[in-house]
Design a protein. Structure first.
Length: 382
């Protein structure tokens, strides 16, 4: 019997770790599963916990309004110290690249507990973009004993950094496991604020923005460009679930409040959001997770960033990396909405990020590496 503690704190970590937690719980005779959340996000985390019916054993409740990186790091590190001292897990699993991820890995390392890194090996090569995620994932990788890389590209990044190949498993991304459990052609979504959207006659542009490096002027440029687009192209509507970060909300309010056919709503629960993506024509985002999900639903994605650690869908042609410049956002969006050939070229459904089996592979690898199982998992390989 081994004790595996899963640590997460934000919305995307919860969405991507939920399938892993549910899979760990399928092996009660070999694995004792403990879930500790920092609650770096509060409402946006709780929405996911409720959907997947995950009841954390520990909830540090660290979120504060306009929290700094120092706040999150120190509160999470201190809180997790106590939890790990009490539970003494055999393995701590963290996900991705948030500050919770790094603090969780560091807390485990200080107690010499092995760390498993889910979504390991993503890199842009620029430690300030995305900030602080690129450094969070590099530091977490340096601490980890076992790495679950979603793709061969991510595995290659780790190999180049000298990670022992025996400790890397290529599993696919668990976000595709979550998405496959959630998107359903029959789903009839009713989200507050969407009652007025004309899904029948209008094309829906889905927009999300939250990256720290886009706060302020870059976001302002994006919003001005979208405002111009809906003004010119009358059969379009923008649905924009606005992140709860007050710094995001301020600029959104200044640029987009009250604009016809732009719907500003609160962050949506994952199930209606994923299904809304399925009903959208086009996605504009600076999110990591959405860059992985939308291509698998055949939706063109314009990524509002200068760098991406997810080159696979760019290579497949369904994602364009366009940055945040007003002219670029305006032109690229307009092109896709007015040129059928350009749209068709970007709207192939591709699945470079996973096949829905990532959590099964991760748990099989844990049983192999830590619990004496004889069979290694198969490798995700597109
Ligand atoms: C964090 C992660 C980022 C991830 C993103 C996903 C870090 C440094 N950043 O960024 O990697 O992509 O989450 O969304 O780890 N807030 C609420 N309620 C919530 C969530 C947030 O009110 O449920 C507000 C709070 O005022 C909080 C602020 O948003 O202080 C910012 O949250 P924070 O986690 O610091 O940064 P994100 O931009 O969400
Ligand atoms: N998401 C959601 N509701 C929303 C917006 C996004 O459930 O209103 C989901 C989305 O499907 C994806 C994840 O949240 O799985 C992405 O989170 P976010 O963009 O906050 O973070 P990132 O992926 O950039 O770290």
């Amino acid at each position: 019997m081994i004790k595996v503690m899963t640590v997460f704190g934000t919305r995307p970590e919860a969405i991507k770790m939920a399938p892993v937690v549910l899979e760990l719980k399928k092996h009660p005779e070999q694995i004792q599963t403990v879930v500790a959340v920092t609650a770096q996000h509060r409402q946006m985390l709780d929405q996911v916990l409720e959907l997947f019916q995950i009841h954390p054993d520990y909830d540090l409740n660290i979120m504060s309004q306009s929290q700094t990186l120092y706040d999150i790091t120190t509160r999470a590190l201190q809180g997790l110290k106590t939890v790990m001292e009490l539970e003494k897990p055999d393995l701590v699993l963290v996900h991705g690249d948030t500050t919770t991820t790094f603090a969780g890995a560091l807390a485990a390392y200080y107690q010499q507990i092995p760390v498993g890194h889910v979504e390991a090996g993503l890199r842009t090569g620029n430690i300030y973009s995305p900030f602080p995620e690129e450094m969070n994932r590099k530091l977490t990788g340096a601490i980890s004993s076992i790495h679950f890389s979603p793709t061969l590209t991510a595995q290659g990044n780790l190999l180049r950094e000298g990670v022992n190949p025996d400790n890397i498993y290529v599993t696919g991304n668990t976000v595709i496991d979550a998405l496959m459990k959630t998107v359903n052609d029959e789903y009839d979504f009713t989200a507050e604020g969407l009652e007025d959207v004309d899904f029948k006659n209008h094309r829906i542009i889905l927009l999300t923005t939250h990256r720290r490096e886009n706060l302020g002027e870059p976001m302002r440029h994006i919003y001005k460009a979208l405002r111009q687009i809906v003004e010119e192209i009358k059969d379009t509507e923008v649905v924009f679930p606005v992140h709860r970060n007050p710094l995001v909300r301020k600029v959104v309010e200044e640029e987009l409040a009250g604009v016809d056919r732009i719907h500003l709503i609160d962050p949506m629960e994952y199930e209606p959001f994923a299904n809304l993506m399925h009903h959208s024509c086009l996605v504009l985002t600076d999110s990591g997770g959405i860059q992985e999900e939308a291509p698998s639903l055949g939706k063109p994605v314009l990524v509002l960033r200068d760098t991406t650690e997810r080159p696979e869908a760019v290579d497949a042609g369904t994602v364009h990396l366009i940055g945040t410049d007003y002219d670029k956002v305006y032109k690229e969006t307009k092109e896709l909405l007015t040129n059928e050939g350009a749209y068709a070229a970007m709207s192939n459904a591709v699945n470079p990020y996973g096949d829905g089996q990532a959590s099964r592979r991760i748990v099989q690898a844990i049983l192999y590496a830590f619990a004496g199982a004889t069979e290694k998992p198969d490798e995700f390989n597109v």
